[in-house]
Design a protein around this ligand. Structure first.
Ligand code: GLC
Ligand code: CA
Length: 562
């Protein structure tokens, strides 16, 4: 096809994300570990995913569960050894699975030797590796930027009387990417891991690495985190990414995915257009803020028409001008089925399949977060002491400070806390759901009698097997091309209950229909059903001119006219 982008190996891959702490514990200490992952590779292979995104396994004091790295060249001892990591790469490769490491380089831990040195004195050679600023004349912070995990982005160091910048917790100081020594040190880290045979990186909040040299005050409040207009997606960031590509990535055949909050589709093209040599694809967040207003920690109702508008814009604007990543959840989001479908007994399985259908038939690379493939659900928490995540604690305080009650704060967290995704994986109906023989680091959801991987594997009508079929379709001889490279077209944009779209490529046309409601509905579409490809119900749809849809029904139909 004219103007088509060059095909790459990762275009028809599906990524499975592992949060190591919560995946599988091999030695009974209550924490998931690398051997535990190795023991479960067959589960991922059976699903058909061929890339694993591994959330951080590097040495870390675990203030943010590993997103605060104190040594990029060591494995956290609670997760295993370098030998274990090398074995994981080898064992994954045997199953045709590549490993993406999580590259957390906007910041390090405050216990990283670089920061320890940097903090030690004003004239230490590493002082300039982080972002240190004098207070304003009145002693206050250098500017008004906020942090994701604390009210202010600056922490005062009493000894040197300077503030350092931390966009996340105060134990996560931001590196100074303006310093070429820092960049070179990070390039070395990438080379080190790529030489071990990994398949690429997921780059943590990488769109925040460029900080403007004058550190101007924020002017946008009540949206995101004050300051983002200055540090998100700026030219410096694009420059640093192209340098990473030139110095490192272009020397290997790898895939990269950049985590980029606050991005538009224009940013999406800047980052992922192959000719710009930055990254393979990005994670945007537009659809993740659809049901919440994060700045004020307030919930908003989900609006399917708005959701379609967002997804359609990303599908169309990046078509042949970049590449999309497709996701419903990750370790920072609540559980997909509880959030966008229904986790009640009657509809959990059916709505989980519907949601999977919607994303897996779009253009881009789909991501499955551990437990999504078995329909794991949110937990109902009753007290703040039950949460582990530092962001949940921050939101709790923020809500109380805004005058709302403790119960209102818990209600909000029951929708949105990152802890939901971090509860231990439910492998079977045994003790601790088969996650550990010891005491789990975070209490389980305790619904493993109904939700567990073993039961899903044994039931051929399960979510797991439905996901397996979705993934297999993307690689199939018959439909792989249209799913991977087909043009996207939204149908009936104002239909508030049903999301229907088509994909077409080289004379093949697929029609995907997803009922987002608990109601039975009737809809009319053009065309004729040539083949029913997948259905989350057992029935057989007959005519598109009057199509009955059961609650949360999803259909994938071949309507090609040839
Ligand atoms: C990313 C990670 C999140 C982490 C933050 C700081 O958003 O996904 O888990 O807390 O960056 O590293
Ligand atoms: Ca362990």
């Amino acid at each position: 096809m004219k103007g088509a982008i060059t095909k790459r190996w990762w275009h028809n891959c599906v990524v499975y994300q592992i949060y190591p702490r919560s995946f599988n514990d091999s030695n009974g200490d209550g924490l998931g570990d690398i051997q535990g992952i190795i023991n479960k590779l067959d589960h991922i292979q059976a699903l058909g995913a061929n890339i694993i995104w591994l959330s951080p396994v590097n040495q870390s004091p675990m203030d943010d569960n590993g997103y605060d790295i104190s040594d990029y060249y060591k494995i956290a001892p609670e997760y295993g050894t370098m030998d274990d990591m090398e074995l994981l790469i080898v064992e994954a490769k045997k199953r045709d699975i590549k490993i993406l490491m999580d590259l957390v380089v906007n910041h390090t831990s405050d216990e990283h030797p670089w920061f320890v040195e940097s903090k030690s004195s004003l004239d230490n050679p590493k002082r300039d590796w982080y972002i240190w600023k004098d207070p304003k004349p009145d002693g206050s912070e250098p500017n008004n930027w906020e942090s994701f995990f604390t009210p202010k982005a600056w922490e005062l160091d009493a000894a040197s009387k300077q503030y350092y910048l931390h966009l996340f917790s105060k134990k996560q100081p931001d590196l100074n990417w303006a310093n070429p020594e820092v960049r070179a040190a990070i390039h070395d880290v990438l080379h080190f891991w790529l030489k071990k045979g990994i398949g690429g990186f997921r780059m943590d909040v990488i769109n925040m690495i460029g900080k403007p040299s004058d550190f101007p005050d924020a002017t946008i409040f009540d949206e995101g985190v004050a300051g983002w207009e200055h540090w998100a997606n700026n030219l410096l960031c694009h420059q640093y990414l192209r340098e990473i590509d030139e110095k490192v990535l272009s020397h290997y055949d790898v895939m990269t995915v950049a985590e980029t909050p606050f991005t538009t589709t224009l940013d999406g093209r800047y980052y992922s257009h192959p000719d710009r040599h930055e990254v393979s694809m990005i994670f945007h967040f537009e659809h993740m803020s659809i049901d919440r207003e994060e700045h004020n920690a307030v919930r908003k109702p989900f609006d399917l028409v708005e959701y379609k508008e967002i997804m359609t814009r990303w599908q169309n604007d990046l078509y042949q001008k970049g590449w999309n990543s497709l996701y419903w959840s990750n370790h920072d989001q609540p559980r997909t089925v509880s959030r966008f479908g229904s986790d009640c007994k009657e509809y959990r399985s059916i709505s989980a399949k519907m949601l999977g259908t919607l994303t897996h038939m779009m253009s881009g690379t789909p991501y499955v977060y551990q437990g999504e493939e078995i329909g794991m659900t949110n937990k109902i928490f009753t007290d703040i002491s039950q949460f582990n995540d530092l962001m949940a604690k921050f939101h709790y305080q923020k809500i109380l400070a805004s005058g709302r009650s403790a119960q209102q704060a818990i209600d909000f967290l029951n929708y949105f806390s990152r802890d939901h995704a971090r509860l231990p994986m439910q492998w079977d109906n045994g003790i601790n759901a088969g996650f550990t023989t010891g005491t789990p680091w975070l209490a389980l959801n305790n619904n493993q009698a109904v939700v567990n991987a073993q039961a899903e594997r044994e039931d051929e009508n399960s979510i797991f097997h439905y996901y397996r079929k979705l993934i297999a379709l993307r690689k199939s001889a018959l439909y792989g091309e249209v799913i991977t490279y087909g043009q996207y077209q939204l149908l009936d944009q104002d239909d508030a209950d049903v999301y229907a779209y088509q994909r077409s490529y080289n004379g093949k046309t697929l029609l995907i229909i997803c009922n987002f409601t608990q109601q039975s509905l009737t809809r009319h579409y053009n065309g004729e059903i040539k083949q029913l490809i997948l259905n989350n119900y057992q029935n057989n749809p007959r005519a598109l001119s009057s199509l009955s849809l059961a609650p949360y029904q999803a259909l994938i139909l071949d309507i090609s006219d040839k």
